[in-house]
Design a protein. Sequence first.
Lengths: 366, 366
Amino acid sequence: MEHIQAAVLHQFNEPMRTEEISIDEPHDGEALIRVVASGLCHSDYSVLHGILRSELPAVLGHEGAGIVEKVGPGVTHLKPGDHVIAVLTPSCGHCPMCQEESPSLCFETFKTMVGNTMLDGTNRLQLDGRSVRQLCGIGSFAQKAVVPAGALIKVDKDVPLDKVCLIGCGVTTGVGAALNTAQVKPGSSCVVIGCGGVGLSIIQGCRIAGAETIIAVEPNVAKRDLAMELGATHTIDPKAEDARKKVREITMLGTHYAFEAIGRIDTVEQMWGMIRPNGLAVVVGVPNPRDEVKLRVSGFLAQRSMKGSAYGSAVPTRDIPRFVDLYRKGELKLDALITARIGLEQVNEAFEAMGRGEGARSVIVF
Amino acid sequence: MEHIQAAVLHQFNEPMRTEEISIDEPHDGEALIRVVASGLCHSDYSVLHGILRSELPAVLGHEGAGIVEKVGPGVTHLKPGDHVIAVLTPSCGHCPMCQEESPSLCFETFKTMVGNTMLDGTNRLQLDGRSVRQLCGIGSFAQKAVVPAGALIKVDKDVPLDKVCLIGCGVTTGVGAALNTAQVKPGSSCVVIGCGGVGLSIIQGCRIAGAETIIAVEPNVAKRDLAMELGATHTIDPKAEDARKKVREITMLGTHYAFEAIGRIDTVEQMWGMIRPNGLAVVVGVPNPRDEVKLRVSGFLAQRSMKGSAYGSAVPTRDIPRFVDLYRKGELKLDALITARIGLEQVNEAFEAMGRGEGARSVIVF
């Protein structure tokens, strides 16, 4: 056991407290990493505000990258000194979803994503004798983290961890939604609603896939500018004009693909009127799971479809190295996504800015 | 101009009248066929009862097969004596949908399917000086029909037209939904709600695709028996048990694919609870286009999707010969689907039986 600094959430809707907590050795099938950098994702914000629930106290943060310090028994694919990106699925390899090449839906993810624990249901963090949860089984708003080894993907040592950490969640969620879930075709048309870190990554995925028309819908002008920089061919300010009508004006028939990257029912439903016959609307954002989406039957008669995208339908062992490689080649732009580099003690301010819709991604650099 | 016998609908919810009408020569891009046989489809029933609308008077029937008697100017792929199946899309080849290999959504189909006319907006049938519409631009409840030539697919002369006529609509809609729209994978699990001609064809498509588990949901015992004969591995009587629960009992996680072949909102929505994470629900039936389908967000979070299937996503020049071939090989069973062979004058009785949920398919043999 050792002692580390971490941002700990004790009460929803209250600031996290940066304090010293203790961290255990990694157990079977786990690894201890020194966190080098962690992005701030909107899902952290949702937990912070109790929209997504977790037992508390908890260390948030799940978009982390670091260096392996110690591996637990049975871990053979990692060794101390390896550079790794933490991912959202432990990819158990044994459940029906992993066996059907859908590790993004790995059943073990329920433990890490819902329980915010390790795979055995316990945690490696303590504060004043109480167990502390780790968001998504990661908890990267801390100097160190013990993570299920299946959720740590090794990357080459020449890539900057304070950039590629974004691939851990937002970038894979977005790029994967375009490349894996939708399988966007060259020459096609796409509309992306919401240009946070995920939406901007979807735009990049659409560009990488060779889409001809990429329309970004976003009220914040700085994010619209960033969208153009990253691959959008058109932008729409939904506060100034009717986004659905404008998409129809640009594309006549509607787009081949639409992506919702906010997590609001009204914008999910709006996609149905934006896509053309045979078009595909992809739900990337995370609305309240108990809410309902209403879709007109006429859309189905024109062979439209709506599909959810979980973690960009990623196969991390395939996709993380692939996305790192796209970053290295300059095709996947991460630097532009990072609008602030902060220290752990600035984490609360950064989430306040996120709440105001400012910036794309803040990254804590340890 | 010549005179033929046809079943003419003058008023919704009244019997059709078998009477003599006149038929014109085929115009540019059209062909005159002698109808050999025509299936009775549920969409005819919907028009008969005003659920789907058409200008009247009209000759219904759109699941026809026959022999070409005369071709209009510009028709090069057909000649007198050719055996043909009439299909639901004129496959213009020029609209965006045809160019994107989705001729089942050909824009010209709006003229034939909604207007019930030829592609120039006029008709070739008259009664007492009035123009008579032809359902889907076909109108096969008549001894002869003029049809847009793109909607006539040539078949070998050795196949019985009074069987393969079913491929014109119901069989292609069903088999295509499984093979084209859903692209059912070998070893997968499927549930099909509703076992009329379309549902039974979906079951056959799932079997041909190599599905391991095929569950048929149908209240009529004779249709459930037919479902087992045609490839279902399990049946559920939705009047006797909760179909969703039973599907979960059989498959644990839910099925990979679900198909709704009735056209009811409640059963479309029911599919959402029958499919497993990553599963696909396909809307094959035709509910009221203005109604709304309500889907829980949680389904999207588990990467479920719902897609409409229009005419089995068929590419008729590819699929009709392929399905005829599957019939010839004994893999696609049409004879078992035909529960009654009738004359034109029995058409009203046959629709009354359909209204009572009896039998799979009646075929008019001329």
